[in-house]
Design a protein around this ligand. Structure first.
Ligand SMILES: Cc1ncc(COP(=O)(O)O)c(C=O)c1O
Length: 405
């Protein structure tokens, strides 16, 4: 008797589907396509010489190589967790390595948090729009979403309070230059989010994937630092409402698969058990090499990235100004990799993508997939990270020819 695989699947898989957009975007490898779809870092900016030297150094040392190629602890390489604590403690957290677990990219951290907190039918609050990968990470745990609207300053406090009154398991957000819409949560809104988290006892998951990539203005305190601040004086690790998800994917290289979660030790302890059950630990050699590189060149590396992406962000905003018709709105991100378009209500982003690919050889990601409530049909995400400034202008010009005037 043959196996009917579809009948064997666990019920929780019902919510997991391949996206039709992925099919459409298979063409972006074609050289004639100008792609604003990716949202991935530019490989020309990877610190390849420094990485090569660090791998060589590790492999040349008998003692280091034995450790680097061996199994290691689920918490993560201690010197890396120390580096992470040093960076985060500038915000006054008082974190020790017990507050940090290294994960295989922050994506794995999000998946673990879904597993840790969400039972079937539990409420989870997210911004509208939100990071698609977070929705995918949470999906197998069968949440119901409360989609909280945002404006240019971030999430709307009244709407967030209404959501918190319904008792969600947590609130997930990307406060800096959010994927997909490039919005940054203002300082006042950050305080409001933490104030509400403290009042209602709702955990906040702060996804800081793009925080280092700021092109204008002052760095804003992280939510986890504000939580420490607003908790009043005290010793040790003070924030108790926020779990912070960080990553080296956008600053060093995504293929190393090194991210982390920072939070209260009792939560980190549970996450370490999940890490153990999931994949034992993240690659030891990658963690060691990464620690060497970030210890050596962190300020120069991040400055180089900012200088390069800033030019592309500027080129995209100038091109939109130049070519796009009235009735189209877009965000002005202070950092990150994305500009978000709001088209006239009559324009459907997915239909526009089909036409953009077949008629003008341009690709982007339609915005509906980033909405837990499936709204946002007239929105699109454009990434400027992989395209040079001249080509950005040409791509935006071509796209503009498809818009109603
Ligand atoms: C907002 C956000 N969070 C998390 C991730 C996951 O990144 P990684 O798993 O490479 O750390 C991404 C990747 O694009 C992202 O945009």
């Amino acid at each position: 008797m043959s196996v009917v695989w579809a009948e064997r699947l666990a019920g929780r898989l019902a919510g997991m589907k391949a996206s039709e957009i992925r099919e459409l975007l298979k063409v972006i490898e074609r050289p004639e396509i100008i792609s604003f779809a990716g949202g991935i870092p530019d490989p020309a900016l990877f610190p390849h010489a420094e990485l090569a030297a660090a791998y060589q150094r590790v492999m040349a040392s008998n003692s280091l190589r034995s450790v680097a190629l061996q199994y290691s602890v689920s918490e993560g390489w201690l010197p890396l967790r120390e580096f992470i604590c040093e960076q985060q403690n500038r915000g006054g957290l008082g974190a020790t390595p017990d507050n940090v677990v290294v994960t295989s990219g922050s994506q794995q951290g999000l998946e673990f948090l879904g597993k840790l907190f969400i039972g079937p039918g539990d409420l989870v609050a997210v911004t509208r729009p939100t990071y698609l990968g977070a929705l995918q990470a949470f999906a197998p745990y069968e949440p119901r979403y409360l989609s909280v609207p945002v404006d240019e300053e971030g999430v709307l406090p009244d709407a967030l309070e209404a959501a918190f009154r319904q008792g969600p398991k947590f609130f997930y957000l990307v406060p800096d230059f959010q994927n997909p819409n490039g919005i940054t949560t203002s300082l006042a809104r950050r305080r409001a989010v933490i104030g509400l988290a403290q009042r209602y006892g709702v955990p906040v998951i702060e996804d800081a994937a793009y925080t280092e990539l700021r092109y204008d203005g002052e760095h804003l305190p992280s939510l986890i630092a504000l939580d420490a601040d607003l908790s009043g004086p005290g010793e040790g690790f003070r924030p108790s409402h926020v779990i912070y998800a960080g990553t080296f994917s956008k600053t060093v290289a995504p293929a190393l698969r090194v991210g982390w979660l920072t939070g209260p030790a009792e939560v980190i302890h549970k996450l370490v058990l999940m890490k153990q059950a999931g994949d034992l630990h993240s690659s030891t050699i990658n963690q060691i090499v990464l620690t060497d590189v970030v210890r050596d060149i962190w300020p120069e590396l991040t400055a180089r990235l900012r200088a390069s992406y800033r030019l592309r962000r500027d080129a995209m905003l100038a091109a939109l100004e130049r070519w796009f018709p009235p009735g189209t709105r877009w965000t002005h991100p202070a950092g990150g990799l994305f500009v978000w378009l709001e088209l006239p209500e009559s324009v459907d982003g997915t239909r526009l993508l089909e036409r953009a690919i077949s008629e003008v050889n341009v690709a982007f990601v339609p915005g509906a997939a980033f909405h837990a409530d499936r709204s946002g049909a007239n929105t699109c995400r454009l990434s400027f990270s992989m395209v040079g400034p001249d080509v950005i202008d040409e791509g935006i010009r071509r796209l503009s020819t498809l818009l109603p005037r």
